[in-house]
Write a protein that binds this ligand. Sequence first.
Ligand code: ZN
Ligand code: ZN
Length: 163
Amino acid sequence: MAQPDLQHRILEMKQALLDRGVSLTPRREKLLEVLIASDNHPSASEIHEGVRRYYPGTSLATIYNTIELLKETGQVLEIEFSGAANRYDGRIPDSHPHLICLECERVDDLQLPEDDGSLGEIAKATGYQIVRRRTDYYGICPECQIKQGGAAPSKGGDSTSDL
Ligand SMILES: [Zn+2]
Ligand SMILES: [Zn+2]
């Protein structure tokens, strides 16, 4: 999964809304910018806060309403949580796995190798025709591990470095 071109994503979202007959108000445009600017899968209230910095009178209902339109047009991926606020990915709207920190609620994209063959394997083993997948991994992110006093795990399997 290559890093998506963020400006391009904003244009795609705008076009999808226009195609649906939704008028692009300055608030809605700002919402798209705030959504795309965040690299941490923002919640609706985080997006709301970002938009209100420019348009203080914006209601949370307006935010939800626009997110709903983006969902309907396949322009945002909703990451649902049962006990916490849902989060949104406008950068990569197709379903993909996430890493979720139980401490700080950070949500990272998990980059899978391009030739990941597991869907084919699952289809073979179960007889299902796989349409999409939802896989999330829960854990403690490297920064929270440092805060908890543990050593940060090194990435890439190099566990021998002396810090
Ligand atoms: Zn964390
Ligand atoms: Zn994501």
